[in-house]
Write a new protein. Structure first.
Length: 114
């Protein structure tokens, strides 16, 4: 079965950086698009960044120019480099197969506060 394990979250000051990782198993990682999703307090989970199997990237408007999604197919891992973070970036971050979501992992909490 699919297992997604997110890590790398924590408390970061506004303007700071953080790198999230998501290790996937139970899927043929190299041929699926992957996404990072965010669930802010009191809001629904939404897609913030997507990377195709070929490495093409898409970003939601709130994170364009600040976040970078990347993948390492050899490690079945997708990353989210967060820079110039803002308090509104606070939330639980999840990864999943973009557009064909499987069971969700536990997520990793990101809190942006001074």
């Amino acid at each position: 079965h699919v297992q997604l394990v997110e890590s790398g979250g924590g408390l970061v000051q506004p303007g700071g950086s953080l790198r999230l990782s998501c290790a996937a198993s139970g899927i043929i990682f190299s041929i699926v698009p992957m996404g990072w999703y965010r669930q802010a307090p009191g809001k629904e989970r939404g897609l913030v960044a997507r990377i195709s199997d070929g490495g093409y990237r898409n970003y939601g408007d709130p994170v364009k120019g600040r976040f970078t999604i990347s993948r390492d197919n050899a490690k079945s891992t997708v990353y989210l480099q967060m820079s110039s973070v803002k308090p509104e970036d606070t939330g639980v971050y999840y990864c999943n197969v973009a557009g064909h979501e499987r069971s969700w992992g536990q997520g990793t909490q990101v809190t942006v506060a001074s």
